[in-house]
Write a protein that binds this ligand. Structure first.
Ligand code: PHE
Length: 449
């Protein structure tokens, strides 16, 4: 069994949780999902979902974790030893982590390629059309994205095999505020671009006719993804929370930062999108198509370009390590393997999955399932189905299965914090969150529109 400690300080707790939460989901995924779903209308729904669904779910995961002080699968076993079915929720989380790692590592690989291009100064030598062509030929070369992806997966393996040490926590404390600064700088800088007006109305002026059940579903998926929810990561992190800490403070701080950083990325990216005539619905490539254009034109763009792609990579690795930790902890504990061997096996599995994802993006690739390439399939399968289902089961567990007193004691830290908010949280966890998720699924299945 692993030795279980707790986070060392309040700031350390927020930094560690923040390191997992703030990642490619905010900077890379949010702008393109918002772009595909109508911009401001989506963002409005996203903020509501984060407050009313994601925070209660995060509190539920924390309380399961802090009470049981165990890995995702054992946590359920400790709370209800005679209902083994619940351990399946832990397994679902582990499967979700593997699939997310499959496509997440590909994007992190792109960040490495772009970091190298930024260092070599190649953005400055190209106009928008050339930048786009260059990106397409990178993806279609096949071996280049695969090589970067494998390098990224291997780096994760090295870190996880040594245990999540002080190094990564310290790194997080430094990198997360720095990333925030760079994003603010970039957002301010894009205010000087011609496309600003169009971008601000795209981000802030909702067209309510665009809000549909599918926009809601996407917002739930994006919010759970961005806050690392619905797959037990926060159960594991919750097991490291100190008994006297306020869960409300951690969940509140992290949720607010998450939403702010996502909107800030939108403000940094959309002006460039409109100025350079890039389609806001270009999908996963959006950030990679839009930003090099700004770097090529702005003063100091060379240095900022390098910083940005470095931070994109850093944000990715602090999140992917938390994903890999879920798998490695499970493999090493349940199959009684050393952490090193468990990490090696996980790296091999993730390496295969992510190489297939990268290859499936080549033009004419035959790695398709139901018309979708593997990359898109893993992305939408996890966010649209697996995380919402995982989240649903977790709130049902916390609200209806777990002992009521125990849940209250955890959420309020034995009556110390948020006792007035507690009844609201309890009602959201028991009724509101599960009901909304069920409604959304019915819509998805076409039962209700
Ligand atoms: N929350 C991370 C991000 O926004 C991604 C992630 C998802 C990490 C699920 C862990 C678990 O990039």
């Amino acid at each position: 069994m692993r030795k279980r400690g707790t986070f060392a300080s309040g700031f350390g707790t927020v930094a560690a949780v923040g390191g997992s939460v703030i990642g490619l989901g905010n900077i890379w995924r949010f702008p393109y999902i918002a772009g595909e779903n109508g911009g401001a209308a989506f963002i409005l729904v996203y903020v509501l979902v984060s407050l009313l669904l994601s925070i209660p779910l995060m509190l539920s995961e924390f309380s399961i974790g802090r009470h049981s002080r165990s890995n995702t699968m054992r946590a359920f076993h400790k709370i209800v030893p005679n209902q083994p079915g619940w351990q399946g929720v832990g397994l679902l989380g582990i499967a979700t982590a593997l699939l997310i790692l499959g496509f997440y590592s590909v994007i992190a690989g792109w960040a490495l390629e772009f970091l190298q291009e930024a260092v070599s100064g190649s953005f400055h030598a190209q106009n928008p059309t050339e930048l786009k062509e260059n990106f397409t030929s990178f993806i279609n070369s096949g071996w280049r994205p695969v090589a970067w992806t494998l390098l990224f997966v291997a780096m994760n393996g090295v870190i996880v095999s040594r245990g999540i040490q002080k190094g990564i926590e310290k790194f997080n404390k430094l990198v997360t505020p720095l990333m925030f600064l760079i994003l603010v700088g970039m957002a301010i800088n894009s205010f000087s671009l011609e496309g600003l007006r169009e971008a601000v109305s795209f981000v802030f002026k909702p067209d309510f006719s665009k809000i549909s059940a599918s926009v809601f579903m996407q917002a739930v998926g994006q919010s759970f993804f961005s806050m690392s929810l619905g797959m037990g990561i926060m159960i594991t992190y919750g097991s490291y929370l100190r008994p006297g800490d306020s869960m409300f403070r951690v969940a509140g701080t992290v949720a607010i930062s998450d939403v702010c950083i996502a909107i800030l990325s939108g403000l940094a990216i959309f002006p460039a999108v409109f100025t350079f005539g890039i389609n806001p619905t270009s999908g996963p490539e959006l950030v990679f198509l839009a930003l090099p254009n700004i770097f090529a034109q702005m003063t100091g763009g060379y240095v900022i370009g390098i910083l940005f792609f470095f931070l994109l990579f850093a944000a990715a690795i602090t999140s992917s390590v938390s994903l890999m930790e879920v798998v490695v902890a499970y493999v090493s504990e349940e199959f009684r393997l050393s952490r090193r061997l468990a990490s090696l096996l996980t790296v091999v599995a993730v390496g295969i999955l992510s190489s297939l994802c990268a290859l499936s993006q080549m033009q004419g690739s035959s790695l398709l399932v139901a018309g979708k390439n593997l990359f898109d399939l893993f992305d939408s399968l996890t966010s649209t189905y697996m995380m919402p289902i995982g989240g649903f089961l977790i709130v049902i567990f916390a609200g209806w299965v777990m002992n009521k007193e125990l849940f209250r004691n955890e959420i309020t830290s034995e009556g110390r914090f948020g006792t007035r908010l507690y009844p609201v949280v309890r009602a959201l966890v028991r009724f509101f969150v599960p009901a909304v998720i069920v409604l959304l699924f019915l819509t998805q299945l076409g039962v209700w529109k």
